[in-house]
Design a binder for this molecule. Sequence first.
Ligand code: ATP
Ligand code: MG
Length: 367
Amino acid sequence: MYIEHITLTHYRNYPSLTLEFDPKVNVIIGENAQGKTNLMEAIYVLAFTKSYRTSKDKELVMWDESYAKIEGTVFKRNYHIPMEMQFQSKGKTAKLNHLEQKRLSHYIGALNVVMFAPEDLNLVKGSPQVRRRFIDMEIGQVKPVYIYHLGQYQKILKQRNHLLKDLQRRKTTDITMLEVLTDQLITHASEILIRRFLFLDLLLKWARPIHQGITQNKETLTIDYDTSIEVEKTAPIETIKQIYQETFKHNQQKEIDRGTTLYGPHRDDLIFYVNGRNVQTFGSQGQQRTTALSLKLAEIELIKNEVGEYPVLLLDDVLSELDRHRQSHLLNTIKDKVQTFVTTTSVNDIEHQTIQTATIFHVDNGQ
Ligand code: ATP
Ligand code: MG
């Protein structure tokens, strides 16, 4: 799939702009603070309905304007699919084929995007939240029902935490309500967990050979999913539910004492190992980068396998962060098959061969 064109209106520092894209490589060149990342972000937002840089949608709207709009057409399975995201003070609307989609899970997944930004080099070293967000976004865009379960889970989790706080402070003694919320939480927690297990299994299958390729067979990558409950990664959903039920039952008082939910996918984490050693603890910076890069490249193949077409790849500022060897590995992988957007402040950062065949856009202060 690829993005044919995009039109931005009052999006961050872009008052009004239409761009026709190259189905292969698009290089965005500009000085600092001209709008390179904003353009990458707009493509990301068109795909995911929200930014990776902020949780506040109103920051996407150009200062002193009342709304922001991103329109685009995606070419996928021989169709031209119009997509549109609009943000205003009373909320946001997502349109697919010109029709408003009330459920975001009906919208996300129409355009598949893999983004690789400097923050992603943090995937290994950063907080568990970074890794959870990574798996949630990736599963969500290939399995839309996952977004539904995640949304429900977060809503119930919030209510349950609220109730646990009230129980802790003895503002209420409503244990029946706690049990109702726990049951609801478990339903979605189990759906999330089983999909994470399946996804990580697939991800590792793609990531391991890629990682071996980059390290010239010197390193073997392993991923471990660290859960808050004791469960086999191959367990059927009924077993997962049962274990959650037992765990919550056993720890009810503990949760009330702490005033928060101590078990569930929001507490889980990923652990990466290279040759059996934890990369987060023992890996060099280079090894951590290689791991992050392997995971991103694996995602590209995984999406192709699940969706049937390659996703669009966004590379914001990362080429200069990778050494020649890793950079050419990256560029060779995507060559001729993945629509790619690369930002840079200097063409010298990009391999000569890539620049020669690419379409180049110069960004200057939102123009
Ligand atoms: P760098 O090379 O430093 O990464 P960049 O070209 O990626 O720079 P962007 O992050 O895209 O730069 O930001 C460009 C400008 O957009 C910034 O100067 C910022 O102040 C401005 N900007 C951000 N949000 C808004 C907004 N809501 N309205 C208007 N301008 C904004
Ligand atoms: Mg930038």
